[in-house]
Design a protein around this ligand. Sequence first.
Ligand SMILES: [Zn+2]
Length: 305
Amino acid sequence: VARIALNPARAPALAIDLGGTQIRAAVIDGGGKIINREAMPTPAAEGPTAVIAALVETGMRAKGKMTISGVGLASPGPLNTRTRIALGLPTIKGFDDFALGETLDAHFGQTVRVENDAIAAAIGEWRFGAGRGCDDLVYITVSTGIGGGVIAGGRALRGRSGMAGHLGHMAIEQNGEACLCGRKGCWEAYASGYAIARRTGRTAADVFKAARAGEAAALAHAAAEARYLGIGIVSLLHAFDPERIIIGGGIADAFDLLHDGITATITTDAMPAFRDVPVVKAENAGNSGLLGAAALVFDQSLRPD
Ligand SMILES: [Zn+2]
């Protein structure tokens, strides 16, 4: 696979990560170093005009007087990254058939590179984190929901419209728990942060804090979570034959509590040829998506459009 070397000496990129609760922006150099970072709450209930204005303001604050080589955006989906049209973002109101790319181009005076957030995070970990040097990996982000991004054969797997990797919505149970997508039995409905909350009546953070303090019930909840994560990960091993599985998102804070349980499930459930694949923690925590958005600016071969 041809690679364009990233050159830390060239002008940095402006990367923006549009989240349901926060907009983050950073100026990032070619080596993946964050030079300046800004954040603002997302006016998620106020509609696209307010959200775009906040996004542009956050970006401009991060940029300051610096010269940049381009702008990259990590956005929640569903977002067709070939047409750069948002197709109804569940977490942010009013982005139905919204021409996100064109709108941002007009504000920034250049073509903004747009990517689904979990694919961007996968690219960020691949180029600048736990997936460096690894051309086949699966990245999962586990927070309120579960998202994912797959790097296969040295390329981000995007599918027909750039929306591949909705790994949280593979079903693990027929007629199972209700998922926020409207279907039943999705992996996300068992292994996400909201699934932990539904199962335990406590936040995931509370459960893991109590588990660290040795509380028996919390330790059992953590073990159940590791088992559910492991069940989905085994399917990902079988589907994608990766060299590594990378876990990001809020749950990564509890990675040390979950790792052994996940590995145990892989050992019992995966076909023998898939059992040696390491499961590792994302290296860039909350910045994986920003780093991926920057990588799209630096490396044309990574772009979806
Ligand atoms: Zn679902």
